[in-house]
Design a protein around this ligand. Sequence first.
Ligand code: MN
Ligand code: MN
Length: 303
Amino acid sequence: MSIYIMEQDSYVQAGKVAGEVREMVRSRDWTGKTVYDICEWVEDQIRTRGAKCAFPVNTSINEIAAHYTAEPDDTLTVKSGDVLKVDLGAHIDGYIADTAVTISFNDKHDTLVQTAELALQKAMSLCSAGTKASNIGKAIERVIKSAGFKPIANLSGHSLDRYTIHAGKTIPNIWSFGGFSLSEESAYACEPFCTYSDGGGFVRNEKTKNIFALVNRKRTKNDEADSMAQYIWDNFNSLPFALRWLTKEFGDNARQTLDFLVSKKVVKAYAVLVEVHGKVVAQAEHTFIPQTDGPLITTYANK
Ligand code: MN
Ligand code: MN
């Protein structure tokens, strides 16, 4: 047997939720909506279906490749002409489904968006147990380059573990040396990112950081900070969270207290990732469990 049956059930349940929500996101016109409203709506859809959010919904627009989530009161609004990536995660008892869709509100970027989807489809056709991750990267790169675009070399898919989104193994988006072979005892996410051929094909860290995670449980001798750390552990475990998720409980002081926890290295802050040449980026992502006859794609959903 592959993965313990109880774990597989939870992965599949989480994937069903995430896949359904992703397809709802894909079918909607988000122009004129704020990223705050989009994040809150998507997170609500995940919770309504009986799962928890595995991380704050990422709403990354145009040259922002990943890791942007809405701040409380974020007024950033999706415009006609934008390319919006929505990356969402659901979990059941810590078993995570991680999936993403790109929606183009500008015809001229449609081919870029379709190419990310094609690269993901091609990758999925290869993801049986025993497949070398380097071969998946090679296939992703080939699909993207033959369509005239460029893969983002320093973003990649990853193994998943209970309450852990990036569990140590990476599935590259380009051809690379070495690596590992897919195991039927693990879940993975595959996520091709692509940009235009005059893009750099890399992302860099922005100054903005609005996704966080608890990295240790040491006390700070500040009661408010210690109680926030406890709240984070109780509600999000070591999974990523957003300031939005703390303001109801901790009010106007939430940001200050969170900054303090970051300064004490109890909480880690993740930088927004932007394409180095400022070119538009598209992404597609599925979570799957490799099997001998192909992947069990947990986040698959009929479109
Ligand atoms: Mn993702
Ligand atoms: Mn991922």
